[in-house]
Design a protein around this ligand. Structure first.
Ligand SMILES: Cc1ncc(COP(=O)(O)O)c(C=O)c1O
Length: 516
């Protein structure tokens, strides 16, 4: 926005053509009678200036980032409580006046330091992301240029295409199209939207009307799939939760029966969603057998590999993903097991028309001049940040081999925890070893009557204690501790410490009723 200011200057005092302070003069109205010249200027001093040179602010921020990286290199013995300054900051109303940028940056760093950071090596909750350094730098660069990847952005668009190809090569999926998304939730809805259009052509325009449709998945599916069918008008009542086997994997025979039953009832199968790495226990559905059913029935097969698919790249697990190459689409989150900062999801499809048939638009303000299709024609978003850059940079700077090594290391950590917990009397593990890097364990000390209440209290106590961070999970109605290893900073020592901390607090809880 241009702003105009008027300054009043005595005549003949110089600085007529250009104001002395460097601002640009745009028009002047000298008057003979007036003792002063009135000069109108547009403030060439642009708005939104910091109180310090921006290069200094950048250096300051870089120091804070380096400090954070150093602090993530090893565990910290406890999580700090919110200090008084942060508390006061959180109470403040919208500031109208500027604050010194160095102070504001320091406050931001303090707030971050007092937050739960998934980057720390003893963060084992949910499925974390670990803020790989090169990814942070990639985000800084990408956000500085602030390119929109909605329509053709020249080199950036080509980098996105290349990064998508690299991911598909890394996991072994024969894609012909794909795009970056904000994560598994959006990747899943994107793929299922394409499947819906394939199953009921024209439904994106006409809606599903009276047609009954269904989507199939295992009982362990991530709730983003439930959301997707709700958003797409299929309805979560028509999401068929297929029973699982002893390894918590979808039973292909039951899937086949469910589809046959629906077809006989006039229900149109839209898609089967197989999960390659369930959120609860890391189970991998039998992709090849699921593909067999999908091919026989002509149903779209989507693989939700948001968490687990990177493990398809490593030799110790590759076989578990056999059949992935037969799927129609898949989701992978680089912000989970490729260690990058959020948000960095990828959706890949085999048929290059599939996404466009579900999403392409012709608008007066989006002419298709240079490219047949813009990225906005194959995804949900229009404003699309340059998410691909951080993954592209990470593959460049580390090479695929280092990623495979890091994934193998996480798998070994999961295995270590499983074996250690299995061989102690006071912990219980699941019957089968972990397929990936999630290892549910339960503390079962002698004399505790309500093991569920005990493990819930233990999970709360571990979070309050701060030496490690994990979350509980409900598995078949039982409360378990559910550590997940997806952090490249975690070491064997951290794994052993997790069990030690859980035992120490659990024993205290069992003895005294309090972990404090
Ligand atoms: C298997 C699976 N699918 C989808 C998602 C959703 O991913 P996002 O949080 O990136 O949207 C998750 C998240 O944990 C997941 O584990």
């Amino acid at each position: 926005m241009l702003t105009t200011t008027s300054i009043v200057r005595p005549r003949g005092t110089g600085c007529y053509a250009q104001p002395c302070d460097g601002r640009k003069l745009t028009s002047s109205v000298p008057t003979e009678s007036a003792p002063h010249t009135i000069v109108f200027v547009i403030a060439s001093e642009r708005p939104l200036r910091l109180d310090a040179p921006r290069e200094e602010a950048l250096e300051h921020a870089a120091r804070l980032v380096a400090e954070a990286w150093r602090s993530f290199d090893s565990f910290r013995p406890e999580e700090p409580a919110l200090d008084e300054r942060v508390r006061r900051l959180l109470e403040r109303a919208l500031p109208d006046e500027a604050s010194p940028v160095h102070d504001a940056l320091d406050d931001a760093a303090r707030i971050l330091d007092e937050s739960i950071a998934q980057a720390r090596p003893r963060y084992f909750a949910f499925i974390g992301s670990s803020g790989l350094e090169i990814g942070t730098l990639g985000d800084l660069l990408a956000h500085s240029y602030d390119i929109n990847l909605a329509v053709d952005a020249r080199a950036a668009t080509q980098i996105e295409d290349q990064a998508v190809r690299w991911v598909s090569e890394f996991v072994g999926f024969p894609m012909s199209a794909g795009a970056f998304t904000s994560g598994g939730t959006v990747s899943n809805v994107t793929a299922i939207a394409a499947a819906r259009e394939r199953a009921v052509p024209g439904s994106r325009h006409a809606g599903l009307g009276a047609r009954r449709t269904a989507v199939y998945c295992s009982q362990e599916v991530h709730y983003s799939v439930t959301r997707a069918v709700e958003l797409l008008g299929i309805g979560s009542d028509n999401l068929r939760a297929i029973e699982t086997d002893g390894l918590r994997r979808m039973r292909p025979e039951a899937l086949n029966d469910a589809i046959a039953h629906d077809l006989a009832e006039g229900v149109i199968p839209v898609a089967v969603v197989a999960t390659a790495g369930t959120t609860l226990t890391g189970g991998i559905d039998p992709l090849d057998a699921v593909a067999e059913v999908c091919e026989a029935r002509g149903v779209w097969m989507h693989v939700d590999g948001a968490y687990g698919l990177p493990a398809a790249s490593v030799s110790s697990r590759r076989e578990m993903f056999t059949g992935l190459d037969r799927a129609d689409s898949c989701s992978i989150d680089a912000h989970k097991w490729l260690y990058l900062p959020k948000a960095c999801g990828v959706v890949l499809v085999r048929d290059d028309e599939a996404l466009a048939s579900a999403f392409s638009h012709e608008q007066g303000y989006l002419p298709h001049q240079l490219h047949e299709l813009h990225a906005a024609d194959i995804t949900l978003e229009y404003s699309r940040p340059f998410r691909a850059l951080k993954l592209w940079l990470a593959f460049r700077a580390h090479g695929a081999a280092q990623f495979r090594e890091a994934i193998e290391r996480n798998l070994a950590e999961a295995d270590l925890l499983y074996r250690r917990a299995q061989h102690t009397e006071d912990f219980e593990v699941m019957e089968a070893p972990p397929q990936l890097s999630i290892v549910p364990i339960r503390h079962v000390p002698r004399g505790v009557a309500d093991v569920n209440a005990h493990n819930q209290a233990l999970a709360d106590a571990i979070q309050a204690d701060g030496r490690a961070y994990l979350a509980p999970a409900l598995i078949d109605g039982e409360v378990w501790l559910r550590p997940c290893f997806v952090n490249f900073r975690t070491t064997e020592e951290d794994v052993v410490a997790l069990l030690d901390v859980a035992r120490e607090l659990g024993d205290r809880l069992a003895r005294t009723g309090s972990a404090a």
